[in-house]
Design a binder for this molecule. Structure first.
Ligand code: ME8
Length: 660
């Protein structure tokens, strides 16, 4: 099987920003996953360079549209390699190879009778480059730009979308995963319940010359969306290109919800009208928001968000984007969240595993991965790896990168825990336990090697580094764990090196007043330039399984059951005058009445960032008066080294959900 993945081609009226980076990185991740699974792939991105928007932006910059497009397109092209994005092609709609295909495509649909000449008067928004009907305007304004559209009446060519409406409804209804996730498929079907209007296919040259001249009337240029969508086939050399024959049947497009209609309605109908096969999937994601508002290109913070990749590294940036966003839903971007994920998932979980595994192999096996005999634990071990592989694969195949990462991190957690349980440092003290020790160490090396392969789509540099340390050849990444294990070297020592992800410490003693989420504040964060001194395997292991745990007095389950923990939703949060530490919150526990809860989190959270969050609440704590306010419960939080994190359910269960 083959896979052809595409990003939208981005308008050259703005610099690359976080939103563009997300779609492009996600496509890179999916392309790499397909490679890992042994498929042939082709990955396309590019820039959309015609139309009013570009003419206006160029005029503002005082250069010609072509010069302007050249400059910005070059910025897009240069933006991807530093993010470890490897594309097979980069198409520009001003290239002759594209323009020729658009001309040919137009000729074809025209010859089939799907184009007619007519007059149209309507409300035209230059920002959106489209006409709006009276009904679509909100208080007479464009719903996207909040500007008053111009009334434009002109003669134009039209494309008969309406003739294909029933065909399209039937096509989508028969294919549950054509548009995914499901919410967007329903949205499109909902839209198709109203009669489709034909698409205005041209713009008169009297108004716009920056476009592709239509072949059947030199007084008109092609509407920018009709021009742009064709990039997906022009880049493959339609109609006779080898790449077209090979990859077009395997096409899937990835976009954000803003451009659902052109991709889900115009494009399949254009393909059908021209007699081309329809693409296989349309993958639609939500928006990144910054500071709760929809990202907009006019706001500099979206570009600034992209600079987080320079600050924290491209691998952590890719990981954060893929792990944080549930594909299809909106997500909030903030530097704090990125740092939290970095510390929790990369420094603590993955980095710690790599550090412990390699340090223990050095300490207890002279750096060599021991040969070992199959033992009883192997059956369970292989079953677990099979499970990880199948969850990981099916998550990626249904375009759910977050789900795939969760599956890998379950394996990371399992291995970290198994080190604590197996306690290699104790086995090493008993010569009779040598076989057992070897098996434990070898499985640790195997697990780390497999995790290295599985993270490669998202964290390519880290994966390569883990494999280098294990002495494996990174050109051999695959999903086949048995094949990977057979390549593990047993005759030369592995490399125990500096931590992969030194923890990012939030500097102590700083003013922890409100932080701007958009502006990265390097002074707030201290990234160790030198990796922390490598702890010995034993001390590291003890850190994870504190010896103190066993000296704590034990409780019966019935004691624990006295504690009523539930999911709460924070409805309001505000500072309490006179208190540096406390915030006052209204929290819903799914009861008839909300509760007032005071919590000592003011140094760690801004009130406005807490609203809407799910938290874990101790619900049956006796009320207490704090700063004159009766607090009716307690929020649970973890803290260490001056940092604090509120606990939250892994997915947003409703307020009142019981925790046991
Ligand atoms: O629409 N969150 O180009 P464009 C997530 N040229 N992704 C976002 C985003 C956000 N807040 N903002 C933008 C165009 N994106 C046309 C496409 S295709 C034939 C023509 C991403 O530069 C997302 O992929 O406005 C969205 O669909 C795309 O940028 C829009 O890019």
């Amino acid at each position: 099987m083959r896979h052809y993945l595409t990003t939208p081609i981005y308008y050259v009226n703005a610099r690359p920003h976080l939103g563009h980076a997300y779609t492009t990185i996600i496509n890179d991740i999916l392309t790499r996953f397909h490679k890992l699974a042994g498929y042939e792939t082709y990955f396309l991105t590019g820039t959309d360079e015609h139309g009013d928007k570009i003419v206006q932006a160029a005029a503002q910059a005082n250069v010609s549209p072509k010069e302007y497009a050249d400059q910005i397109s070059a910025l897009f092209r240069a933006a991807w390699p530093p993010l470890s994005v490897e594309t097979d092609d980069f198409i520009r709609t001003t290239e002759p190879r594209h323009q020729n295909v658009v001309t040919r495509f137009l000729d074809l649909v025209n010859s089939k009778g799907d184009v007619y000449f007519g007059e149209y008067g309507g409300h035209y928004c230059f920002g959106c480059e489209r006409f709006y009907t009276e009904k679509e305007l909100v208080d007479g304004l464009c719903p996207d730009h909040q500007t008053k559209p111009d009334f434009v009446s002109e003669k134009n060519y039209f494309f008969r979308l309406s003739a294909y409406q029933d065909w399209l409804i039937d096509y989508i209804e028969k294919r549950p995963d054509f548009i995914r996730p499901e919410g967007y498929r329903s949205e499109v079907l909902g839209f198709l319940r109203e009669p489709l209007e034909d698409l205005c296919l041209t713009r008169p040259k009297s108004r716009l010359t920056w476009g592709i001249t239509v072949p059947f009337d030199s007084n008109f240029v092609t509407y920018v969306w009709f021009d742009a969508l064709i990039n997906y086939v022009s880049a493959l050399g339609w109609p006779d290109g080898e790449l077209f024959a090979k990859f077009w049947p395997a096409a899937q497009h990835t976009i954000a919800k803003d451009i659902l209609k052109p991709h889900a309605i115009f494009w399949p109908i254009m393909l059908k009208a021209a007699g081309l096969p329809i693409y296989r999937h349309l993958n639609v994601h939500g928006y990144w928001r910054i500071g709760q508002s929809k990202m907009s290109k006019s706001v500099g913070n979206v570009v600034e968000a992209l600079s987080m990749a320079d600050k924290y590294g491209s691998d952590p940036f890719r990981y954060f984007l893929a792990r944080e966003m549930s594909f299809g839903l909106d997500s909030d971007f903030s530097e704090d969240r990125l740092v939290d994920r970095y510390n929790a998932d990369l420094a603590n979980d993955l980095g710690n595993l790599c550090q412990r595994a390699t340090a223990m192999l050095v300490k207890f096996s002279g750096g060599r991965i021991p040969w070992r005999l199959a033992d009883a634990a192997d059956v369970e071990w292989r079953k677990r790896l099979e499970r990880t592989r199948s969850t990981y694969e099916s998550a990626f195949l249904s375009f759910n990168p977050k789900g795939a990462l969760i599956a890998v991190w379950e394996l990371v957690g399992y291995l970290n825990k198994s080190v604590d349980l197996e306690a290699p440092w104790a086995l090493a003290k008993d010569p009779l336990k040598k076989d057992h020790l070897d098996a434990v160490l070898a499985r640790l090396a195997e697990g780390l090697a497999y995790i290295g392969a599985l993270i490669w789509p998202v964290l390519p540099k880290t994966a390569t580094e883990i494999w280098r340390r294990l002495g494996l050849n990174p050109n051999r990444f695959s999903l086949d764990f048995a094949a990977i294990f057979s390549q593990l070297p047993h005759d030369r020592p592995l490399i125990a090196d500096a931590p992969l992800f030194p923890r990012i410490e939030v500097a102590k003693g700083q003013d922890s007043g409100p932080k701007s989420e958009s502006a990265p504040k390097s002074q707030d964060l201290k990234k160790p330039t030198k990796p922390a001194e490598e702890p010995s395997a034993v001390s590291q292991a003890q850190k994870v399984a504190p010896a103190a745990a066993s000296s704590l007095s034990q409780i019966a389950l019935s004691d624990f059951q006295k504690i009523q923990l539930v999911v709460g939703e924070i409805l309001t949060a505000e500072a309490i005058s006179g208190s540096e530490k406390l915030l006052k919150m209204t929290v819903s526990l799914g009861e008839a009445q909300t509760r007032t809860i005071c919590a000592g989190v003011a140094k760690f959270y801004r009130p406005q960032d807490l609203v809407g969050r799910r938290v874990v609440v101790l619900a049956n704590l006796a009320p207490a008066k704090l700063m004159g306010i009766v607090s009716q419960g307690m929020l649970l939080a973890a803290s260490q080294d001056g940092q604090l994190a509120l606990l939250a359910p892994d997915s947003p269960l409703p307020a009142g959900a019981k925790i046991s």
